[in-house]
Design a protein around this ligand. Structure first.
Ligand code: ADE
Length: 233
């Protein structure tokens, strides 16, 4: 997969994408990430990317030309899936990460200022929000999207199976995990996990995932129950 991130703050994005699983995938050439400073594509001699809003009002608005020029300079941009990070976008969830992980080429625009010129929208395929709060810009949101998407690409995580049980992937939160020691300050690891009985372990994990989801995320649990009923379970 190739991902191009369009931002005016490349240093907010670059160091993070060089770390951990994403960094390793780039290093191993399983993934290409380019962080593009769209200020370099401003037609203005002072490299200005923002301007005051027509009609007046507070704050600055991101201009259309630097963004569209930067977009058009990207190899293969015509066929890429193009996303704007904005609090006005579709609320992001695991199913979106899963969907995006199947694309060969993503272009992600980090918005800034009070907003962006409305004419930018027509050049992108979708708009995504990572939650109902406003960040100073789309950079952290773009990192969330890249992190959550890249780890779902086959061959990126150590074990291909290690995201199968992720929270949300089956509509439930994940079951509790334990490792050594067997006992810590009187707290023992549940006996079933030491039993070697894989069937019993699976049943216990499923029950714990359901219990945990019901307690912590009744909204998810309701959706899960409805889906189960539909499937006749
Ligand atoms: N830019 C600013 N706030 C954002 C949010 N909540 N999601 C995506 N992009 C953003």
């Amino acid at each position: 997969m190739k991902i191009d991130v369009l931002t005016i703050f490349p240093d907010m994005v670059k160091p993070i994408l060089g770390q951990s699983i994403v960094g390793r995938a780039v290093h191993e050439k399983k993934l290409e990430i380019n962080v593009i400073d769209f200020r370099d594509h401003s037609p203005n001699k002072h490299k200005k990317v923002d301007d005051t809003p027509y009609g007046g009002g507070a704050g600055m608005v991101l201009r259309v030309e630097p963004v569209v020029n930067a977009l058009r300079a990207i190899d293969g941009h015509e066929h890429a899936h193009k996303i704007i990070m904005t609090p006005q976008g579709k609320p992001y969830a695991q199913a979106d990460a899963s969907r995006l992980s199947t694309h060969d080429h993503l272009i992600v625009l980090c918005g800034h200022y009070e907003g962006f010129d409305e004419r930018i929208r027509a050049h992108f395929d979708e708009e995504i929000s990572i939650g109902d709060y406003v960040l100073t810009g789309g950079e952290v949101a773009a990192l969330v999207l890249v992190e959550s998407t890249v780890r779902l690409i086959p061959g990126i995580l150590n074990k291909d199976a290690s995201h199968q049980d992720d929270s949300f992937s089956h509509g439930l939160l994940e079951y509790p995990h334990y490792t050594r020691p067997r006992e810590f300050e009187g707290e023992r690891v549940p006996e079933v996990l030491l039993s070697g009985n894989h069937q019993a372990i699976e049943t216990w994990r499923k029950a714990e995932a359901v219990k945990r989801t019901k307690a912590r995320r009744p909204d998810l649990f309701e959706t899960y129950e409805k889906a189960q009923k539909k499937r006749g379970k």
